[in-house]
Design a protein around this ligand. Sequence first.
Ligand SMILES: [Fe+2]
Ligand SMILES: [Fe+2]
Length: 192
Amino acid sequence: MPDREAVLDPRTEDVVDLLLLQHARIEEQFLLVTGATGEARKQAFDDLVRLLAVHETAEEELIHPLSRTLGDNDAMVEDRLAEERLAKETLTELIDAGVDAEGFDTGLLLLRTSVLEHARHEERYEFPHLRAHVPAERLQRLATAFAAAEKVAPTRPHPGAESAKANIAGGPILAVVDRVRDAVRRAADGKG
Ligand SMILES: [Fe+2]
Ligand SMILES: [Fe+2]
């Protein structure tokens, strides 16, 4: 796995770069879940849950509110938020059911479709506004807040026999979201 901290170095990236990178990483992670079985599948799904929690929470806290300030974007932002809510509901159902549940594959495919369509919509209708209207320096500062969010999200335990019950997907996803939200707000207050 690539070194996330190095990839998310805010000195060289702005927040749109990071968002695009995270979209690509999320898409890749879906493939890893699909292709894995047993314990490896549980761990791959945990990683996916973490990636999605960090990414969508940070977007909800930083990106969509910023888009609202860039002109007549309220309807577009509402559409993106509705997509995120739908994906979160499907994700929560998958977490509750577990990777071994009957119907998990179907649910995962559904989640994949809605998450990737949502990402394409952001790339087409939202991110170009950011690039066009937000000063480059501000976009770079936002990247710092995103990196902060990544750092506080709990990582899964080291692979091993004991880890099966201690994974993120077996724990409270809302706790992950809360921690990310706090970190993003602190970073945005300090730098924004
Ligand atoms: Fe999003
Ligand atoms: Fe996104």
